[in-house]
Structures are given as structure tokens and as C-alpha cells.
Write a protein that binds this ligand. Structure first.
Ligand SMILES: NC(=O)c1ccc[n+]([C@@H]2O[C@H](COP(=O)([O-])OP(=O)(O)OC[C@H]3O[C@@H](n4cnc5c(N)ncnc54)[C@H](OP(=O)(O)O)[C@@H]3O)[C@@H](O)[C@H]2O)c1
Length: 247
């Protein structure tokens, strides 16, 4: 299993939730971490401050991942990146009421799926000459389960991540670049705490076969596995407490 010390990792949407925990964990493993987000840049700055206070190395990359020009320019400016974690997402429960159904669908696909595609493409080009690289795509158990009306775009965007993973695994393999999908169920994050009342959260957790949501650290553990093990590629790690098979 590979030691990650000295690797440089970019985490899209690394300013909060699972991305934040991933950023902290990779820094602990000795990676230099680039923390991306588009809107609340102060959150990304706080993550980087925490990393640096703990003796690690980090920087902020403020960029909307759906903006092709900004992503390409950003990658040029960042220099070498060894690890790309496509984690940014438009939260489906923070629906922008001004958009029509079609406009919302396009925006979710743009951020969640096209954003991961643009970053992976830019990453692949710069990682090929290095002869080593890792792409991790964050999907969701919702890519396999029937969606409610308000989360159709989200589920479709996350199902697309699996195809993206296989495509980049295939095209990256000759250059020592792996790509894998991490597919969580319910994960306890600050957003979930804001969105769900204590009662609703308890009800949703009770419906999970293992009786609880995951911690972000448990998700980070699965990410570390595919980063360290260079022989796993094009695969999906389902980490959902049994939600995948539950009725
Ligand atoms: N939490 C769960 O229960 C759960 C379950 C299954 C899968 N997942 C997946 O795990 C990943 C992380 O989930 P989370 O709950 O931690 O997410 P989250 O709290 O909603 O955070 C999303 C992140 O994406 C950033 N972001 C939003 N729009 C962006 C854009 N256009 N460009 C760049 N960054 C953007 C946000 O920052 P700004 O808004 O400041 O830009 C934030 O850092 C997601 O891919 C999610 O689908 C989560």
C-alpha cells in the first residue's frame, strides 16, 4: 500500500462536509492539499488555515467547476496535481426557486457531472507525463435508488459519475492513472444537520439497515483505500450501511 506523503491533492468542494474531512485526512497523510469551492471561499480558507495550523501544506482554489475556461486556467496555474477528488455538488435540497425545472436540471448536471468531467479531463492531460495519478468520483447511493421528484437531477448526475469513472479508468490506465467511484449513503455533515430536524434525521437513520448514518471519516477511509491501492480501477465502493439493498 502506497505512502501518500508528498502527493498533491485537489479536492473540489473541499470547503465543508465530506470534502473538508477528506482535506484534513489527506493533509494528515502528508499530502499537499488544494481546497476548492465556488461560493463561500471563507470556508475553504478556514480549512486551509486548519491544515497549516496542524503543520500541513494547503491552498485555496476558488473556481466554479462547471466553468470550462476557469477550470482549464486553474489547472495550468496549480502546477502538478497527483490526486483529483471530484466531490463538489450542488445540494439538491437547496433548490433555486427562480429556475424552471429544465434550468435546474441543467445546472445540477453542469456542476455535479460536467464539473467532474472538466476537472478529470484537465487532470488527465497534466498527469499523463507523470505516469501516476488517482481520480476519485463521489457518487451516491441515490444513483441506484428511485428518486423523489425533487432529486431526479441529482440522481442522474450521480449515476453519470459511474460512466465517467470507467471512461477515465480506461483512458488513464496506460499512464498509471486509476479512477474509482465512492458511493456513500447518508453521511452526517453540517448540511444534513441544517436540513433535517432531529426527528426526521432519527427516522431516516432508523431506515438504514445498520441503524445509523456514516461519518465523513468512514467515507474518507474508503477514499484512502483507492488512493493507496494502485490495482483497483474503474470500480465502485458502496459505503451505505446497507441502504443499497434495503427496500
Ligand atoms: N452528505 C451526504 O449524505 C452524501 C451522501 C451521498 C453522497 N454524497 C456526496 O458526497 C459529496 C460531498 O457531500 P457533502 O454533503 O459534504 O456536500 P456539501 O456539504 O453540499 O458541499 C458541497 C461542496 O461543493 C461546493 N460547490 C458547490 N457548487 C460548486 C461549484 N459550482 N464549483 C465548485 N464547488 C462547488 C460547496 O462549496 P460552495 O457552495 O462554497 O461553492 C461545498 O464545498 C457530494 O458529491 C455528494 O453528492 C453526500
Amino acid at each position: 500500500m502506497l505512502n501518500l506523503t508528498g502527493k498533491k491533492a485537489l479536492i473540489t468542494g473541499g470547503s465543508q462536509g465530506i470534502g473538508r474531512v477528506l482535506a484534513m485526512e489527506l493533509a494528515k497523510q502528508g499530502c499537499e492539499v488544494v481546497v476548492n469551492c465556488a461560493h463561500h471561499v471563507e470556508n475553504a480558507e478556514n480549512v486551509v488555515s486548519e491544515i497549516c495550523a496542524a503543520g500541513g501544506k494547503g491552498s485555496v482554489f476558488s473556481c466554479d467547476v462547471s466553468d470550462e475556461t476557469a477550470v482549464n486556467a486553474g489547472f495550468k496555474g496549480l502546477g502538478r496535481i497527483d490526486i483529483l477528488i471530484n466531490n463538489a455538488r450542488l445540494d439538491p435540497w437547496l433548490r433555486d426557486k427562480e429556475r424552471s425545472e429544465g434550468q435546474w436540471f441543467s445546472r445540477v448536471i453542469d456542476v455535479n457531472l460536467k464539473g467532474a468531467f472538466l476537472c478529470s479531463w484537465a487532470f488527465l492531460e497534466q498527469a499523463k507525463p507523470l505516469g501516476w495519478g488517482r481520480i476519485v468520483n463521489m457518487a451516491s447511493v441515490r444513483s441506484f435508488r428511485p428518486a423523489e421528484l425533487n432529486t431526479i437531477a441529482y440522481s442522474v448526475s450521480k449515476l453519470g459519475m459511474h460512466a465517467l469513472t470507467r471512461a477515465f479508468a480506461h483512458n488513464g490506465a496506460p499512464f498509471g492513472i486509476t479512477a474509482n467511484t465512492i458511493c456513500p449513503g447518508m453521511v452526517l455533515t453540517e448540511n444534513i444537520d441544517k436540513r433535517l430536524s432531529a426527528e426526521k434525521k432519527a427516522e431516516e437513520e432508523a431506515a438504514i439497515p445498520l441503524g445509523r448514518a456514516a461519518t465523513s471519516e468512514e467515507i474518507a477511509d474508503a477514499v484512502l483505500f483507492v488512493l493507496r491501492n494502485g490495482y483497483v480501477t474503474g470500480e465502485t465502493i458502496n459505503i451505505n450501511g446497507g441502504m443499497y439493498y434495503a427496500p
